[in-house]
Ligand binder design. Sequence first.
Ligand SMILES: Cc1ncc(COP(=O)(O)O)c(C=O)c1O
Length: 405
Amino acid sequence: MTTTSTSALEEIQAREARHVLQTYRRNPVTFVRGQGVRLYDAEGREYFDLLSGIGVASLGHAHPGLARAIADQAQQLLHTSNLFFHPLQGQVAEKLSSLSGLPRAFFCNSGAEAVEACLKFARRYWYTRQEPRAEFIALEESFHGRTLGALSVTSDEHYRAPFEPLLPSVRFVPANDPTAIKAAVSTQTAAIIAEPVQGEGGVRPLTPAFAAAINEACAASGALFIADEVQSGLGRTGSPFYYSELGLKPHLMSLGKALGGGVPIGAALISDEVAKTISYGDHGSTYGGNLLACRAALWFLGELTDGGVLENVRRVGRIFDERLHALQAKHAFIKDVRGVGLIWGLELSRDAAPVVQAGLANGVIVNRTAETVVRLLPPLNITQDEASEALGRLDAALAAAGAAA
Ligand SMILES: Cc1ncc(COP(=O)(O)O)c(C=O)c1O
């Protein structure tokens, strides 16, 4: 780092320290430019981005088609509110419906808002049926967001404790324990909520046997099932949504992250059975599904289904699978490798933070989740060659972190 750039970073840090609420412990890097899977910092150093802004920059950085679509939309019309029609919201909803099998969409701006909407719609369903049910069943190691409703179904005590009391009547059961979920669900249960692949909890896919138990519990009790596909959905696993790989039958689904390729947009998808219990005014969002967000989402969805992105995830996913298992054989402190498509977690026998730091030093971006897990969420259009080079850098980072321990 040169003296000038160090002082530029220091100046940025000092200004944030004075005026930005200190809720994020940031890495000391300032990115100024991106190109595909590569990011560049203020000193012009190149990094392979195997995190894509936590699964958001789904088509990589500065994607020319997405950039053109956004610029074009900005020159026409960005926002008019949900008081009026515009041509794009229905088109995004139609595409999401054909991909998911859930016929209706409600648009919002983030994953947490999508979860929040699903929880409200589940309550509304039971209210309309004049059989109010308050209870939600969620899973241990879950993460659904930071708003009060979403936090209420998030298991981590560290996130919850300062904000209690949260929603009453939330029960947590261990993931992948069919007996526990069947025992927990009753005719008091409004809905079960689960991530088909638990992301923040350490990249833990649900098992088909557990999925079958969720289906059985819902059928026996009438409880709704909410699939939180904010992280696992929209091509991340090589399928449009991972629920279908598991045989789950969601009534509601939350989406976010990848959908706008970096432009904030979230969506709750809703079955007809639930949708018909919801009335005008029950929920709303000023920004939700505006022209800019929908234009970006349409571009992303087009690339996903017609631009070869899904096939790419499956193809390059196999390289990640092979190479990450080879890294496990080489580095003894990798205890487990979990994932599918382009969502992967390396469970270490120690804190994962030094690997993240060594990654930055070696020009590759990964992150730590659940303390001991190195998580990888690369752009969905990463090529085989890029994957190979990036994983070479990760190998070097693992070696450096291993040697330093
Ligand atoms: C499964 C899941 N649900 C919800 C959220 C919350 O999304 P957001 O941070 O966009 O509010 C996340 C974020 O990581 C997530 O992984």
